[in-house]
Write a protein that binds this ligand. Structure first.
Ligand code: GUN
Length: 621
């Protein structure tokens, strides 16, 4: 099973010294000053560490030791070790004495699992020309050393220039591992909004099958944001840096050791040491214990983030985090201004929290509004049903339908101060939403004005109108509109003679049948799951390759029998596929093998090689 939300994912990355489950953090180990044991590291949840090959190489004793016994013995860690190259030192101290080929070869010689090239650090204040030159030189250096027998990390550079980040992401995607570099100064000065921009531009133009690492992104405050935007791995030196300053780390920030009453319950120091004892202890002991505590704080946040992805509440968590600091709130708004819609699932397991007018920028709402625009573009008269009129008889009262010659009208219902197609009343997020009621009435007026700019015949529902009994079959228009939303089609899959079976307990639609055959089932999120019969109807209706995942003939034979589709057998697909939505599994010539739901979006599908691409509900055989 592939757990994901937005661009966040729970993944697995294999190295010669074992697998790494992401998202995770690699603590920075200073080979000169290595005071946590591998048992201590592992007890906290550390899977992999990062150390610096340049520091090792320029210290004769370390260099000899590493060449003789390997880097794993040198720093006494038997899991995956990533090594950095000296780029950061050259950024801080100026030129270093080794070249790219030399430092990469050295990393190979000491048995590093993930080897970093000597990239050029692009600073936020770099001119466009400087940053551009660095991007191309970094790419050249990757070409110079990239071999399939090692895991090579190729950092994405480009300063704060979006097009350079995009270009760098495309160029560096040839590497097996993709750090985002040149961001430390931005992290240190709380420029999270610039970071959001950099991460999005880098991620969306990179190879999605590869792990993305945020170089130096070690403070837990920004983890959730980064993970939602596609970062898999962080490194952190901050746990030691803070310990040196007697600062105690929490997920929300730091406190001074001298000013705290006690360690929190989750701390490895709780009930063992008091802050006063630690202040009195010798420096080495204090540094070790505080580092351990700080690292635990960092891993707590990772554990929470993984749980959030699993539970589908990471977006909500980011929304919460955005209130921890004004700079984070700005970053949150920056994120909402990007079009991430193609990467958002069809629905989430958790309800949507409607806070205030900024929620209108939520991806699910943007989707809903876009659909509403299409829905009222049919030129029919449009009737707006206020919240009170609508709630009066939920689900939508027959009175509303009876009073108009309804086949001639679109009905929009009021929902959080916007108006959306009545037929979507039971789909995510319309019915799975928790409102605050704190809305901006100005927005409502603007929204109505916007609707009127699309459809010039819009009026409010008038209960005194009594029309003929030309009632449309509401359940049928409901399933057809859900179908339109899901499959981006304007044709109707369902005809009036199709039989709709509803749940006796809730009155909600459950199955749609034609004769004795089930066409589709309505899921709890209000979207449709197709049977293979429904898939056949859809395959005849939609132009190829819409909503198709095209697989090899060998795979097709398996999928026909109801087995899942694996990524490595996917030959092509519709790029517009939404994760979690139903798709048809077909041959290149369009023959139907199976129906199922896509585990990832059409934009990502072509990149992955391992795991399930389509969870098949039913095969043709
Ligand atoms: N450490 C922090 N930032 C960077 C970067 O941009 N490149 C490398 N190689 N290491 C880093």
């Amino acid at each position: 099973m592939f757990f994901r939300e937005g661009l966040a994912r729970i993944g697995k990355f294999s190295t010669p010294h074992g697998d790494i489950e992401t998202p995770t953090v690699m603590p920075v180990i200073n080979p000169n000053l290595n005071f946590l044991t591998k048992e201590e590291l592992k007890s906290i949840g550390v899977q992999a560490v990062i150390t610096n090959s340049y520091i090792i190489k320029r210290t004769a004793s370390l260099e000899q030791d590493a060449l003789k016994h390997g880097v794993h013995r040198l720093i006494n860690f038997d899991g995956p070790i990533m090594t950095d190259s000296g780029t950061f030192q050259s950024y801080v101290y100026g030129d270093i004495e080794y070249g790219n080929k030399e430092i990469v070869q050295f990393q190979k010689d000491i048995g590093s699992d993930i080897i970093t090239i000597l990239d050029i650090f692009t600073k936020p204040q770099d001119s466009y020309e400087q940053a551009k030159a660095a991007v191309y030189e970094t790419s050249r250096r990757l070409q110079e050393v990239n071999t399939p027998d090692s895991i090579i990390a190729g950092p994405i550079q480009g300063s704060i220039y979006p097009d350079l980040r995009r270009e760098s992401a495309r160029l560096m995607s040839e590497a097996s591992y993709l750090p985002i570099g040149g961001v430390v100064p931005l992290l240190e000065s709380y420029r999270y909004s610039d970071l959001v921009n950099i991460i999005i531009n880098s991620k969306l133009n990179s190879d999605f099958s590869k792990p993305v690492h945020l170089f130096g992104g070690g403070h837990p405050m920004f983890f959730a944001f980064s993970v939602l935007l596609g970062v898999d791995i962080f490194d952190s030196a901050s746990y030691i840096k803070y310990a040196k300053d007697n600062r105690v780390l929490y997920t929300e920030g730091t406190r001074n050791l001298k000013e705290i009453r006690d360690f929190p319950e989750w701390s490895p120091l709780f009930n063992k040491y008091s802050p006063v004892e630690l202040i009195k202890a010798d420096e080495k002991t204090r540094l070790k214990l505080l580092s351990l505590h700080n690292l635990k704080a960092i891993f707590n946040e990772i554990t929470e983030i993984k749980e959030r992805i699993y539970e589908n509440t990471l977006y909500q968590y980011v929304e919460e985090k955005s209130m921890a600091h004004p700079a984070l709130y700005r970053a949150y708004l920056e994120m909402l201004d990007h079009n991430l819609e193609p990467f958002w699932n069809i629905s989430l397991k958790s309800p949507l929290y409607f806070f205030n007018s900024s929620t209108y920028k939520n991806t699910f709402i943007k989707r809903l509004v876009k659909f509403t625009e299409d829905y009222i573009s049919n030129g029919k008269k449009t009737v707006l049903v206020s919240y009170r009129q609508w709630r009066h008889g939920f689900p939508v009262s027959d009175d509303i339908l009876r009073s108009y010659e309804t086949t001639d009208y679109n009905f929009l219902i009021e929902w959080n101060d916007i108006f959306i197609p009545m037929e979507l009343e039971n789909t995510y997020p319309v019915s799975q939403m928790v409102p605050s009621g704190v809305l901006d009435k100005i927005y409502r007026d603007d929204y109505i004005a916007w609707l009127k700019s699309i459809n010039n015949d819009i009026s409010f529902y008038d209960p005194s109108i009594t029309g003929s009994e030309k009632i449309r079959n509401y359940s049928h228009s409901k399933i057809n509109e859900v179908f339109h939303l899901q499959f981006k089609a304007r044709k109707n899959l369902f005809v009036n003679s199709d039989k709709i079976i509803k749940s006796k307990a809730t009155g909600h639609i459950r199955n749609i049948k034609r004769g004795e055959k089930i066409i589709a089932t309505m899921r709890n999120d209000g979207f449709l799951t197709l049977s293979i019969y429904g898939g056949k109807l859809l395959n005849d209706m939609l132009d190829f390759p819409a909503s198709r995942v095209i697989v090899t003939d060998d795979s097709g034979e398996f999928n026909s029998q109801g087995y899942n589709v694996f990524f490595k057998f996917v030959e092509d697909c519709d790029r517009e596929i939404i994760a979690g939505n139903d798709v048809m599994v077909t041959s290149a010539s369009g023959d139907l093998y199976a129906v199922g739901h896509a585990t990832v979006s059409g934009k990502e599908m072509g990149f992955y090689r391992n795991g399930i691409a389509v969870k098949v509900h039913e095969g043709i055989n």
